[in-house]
Design a protein around this ligand. Structure first.
Ligand code: ADP
Ligand code: MG
Ligand code: MG
Length: 250
């Protein structure tokens, strides 16, 4: 699904990523952890193709295709989904209508016709039931007055209807309460399947009490310095990151 080879990347002429190697196969959930400032969000942004970030060296392959030169939008249309960190409020646009637009824009970019209305409604109903989203919520204005948990719910719902191949969730928000964490975790657990993959970025071990990753990677100074099974997250919870820094410097 995703293969990253010796990726070096910078933002504003400052090198942040210093040789990332990562392979994510279909059906897998990978957690990326690491201390603040280690480059987690940068990695997510570089994969998603955000403009400010520059690849200096290395490559990013999506299903074998080098996507380095593609815009964020083009990557999204190829099935890369990145969570929105600062969700915009769109008064007057309901959650349902926002989702319909998102689906049809993606289909248009893929050269497909608009999804017929009945099929669209069915899809939205199915996914909202899967995620325990009630009807009333669907008719609310997008993000207007939404709680942290409701914003997360919307984000996961968007991921559900777009059915991305690769979802990247960067959970940087320190305001994530336990409800919001559960919403994200339930969503990921319900949506993961053999044909898609999820990268979840967090410095909260707590989130991984609810999502069981196949692999945990620790980022430090722009490099993956340790990878392991889910138990690695528990070690990090107990011991923090200092022992890993010591291992790296030894
Ligand atoms: P993390 O998500 O692990 O906390 P980040 O990727 O956000 O780390 O940041 C890594 C480093 O890159 C930090 O030193 C941060 O200041 C810098 N950085 C990230 N984004 C930008 C940006 N848009 N402009 C300037 N510096 C940035
Ligand atoms: Mg940060
Ligand atoms: Mg971050």
């Amino acid at each position: 699904m995703l293969k990253i080879n010796d990726l070096h990347a910078s933002v504003e002429d400052k090198t942040i990523l210093r040789g990332i190697n990562l392979e994510v196969k279909a059906g897998e959930v990978h957690a990326i952890m690491g201390p603040n400032g280690s480059g987690k969000s940068t990695l997510a942004s570089v994969i998603a193709g955000k403009e400010e970030y520059e690849v200096e060296k290395g490559e990013i392959l999506l299903e074998g295709e080098n996507i380095d030169e593609l815009s964020a939008e083009e990557r999204a249309h190829k099935g890369v989904f990145m969570s929105f960190q600062y969700p915009v409020e769109i008064p007057g646009v309901s959650v349902t209508n926002f989702m319909k637009t998102a689906i049809n824009e993606t289909r248009k970019a893929q050269g497909l016709e608009e999804m017929p209305a009945n099929k669209m409604l069915k899809l939205i109903r199915e996914k909202s039931e899967l995620l325990d989203i009630d009807r009333k919520f669907l008719s609310r204005s997008l993000n207007e007055g939404f709680s942290g948990g409701e914003k997360k719910r919307t984000e996961i719902f968007q991921m559900a209807v777009l059915e991305p191949k690769l979802a990247i969730l960067d959970e940087t928000d320190s305001g994530l309460d336990i409800d919001a964490l559960r919403i994200v975790a339930n969503g990921v657990n319900k949506l993961k399947g053999k044909d898609n993959a999820v990268i979840i970025i967090t410095h909260y071990q707590r989130l991984l009490d609810y999502i069981v990753p196949d692999y945990v990677h620790v980022l430090h100074n722009g490099k993956i310095v340790k990878s392991g099974p889910k138990e690695l997250a528990h070690q990090l919870e107990e011991k923090g990151y200092d022992w890993i820094k010591e291992e790296v410097n030894a």
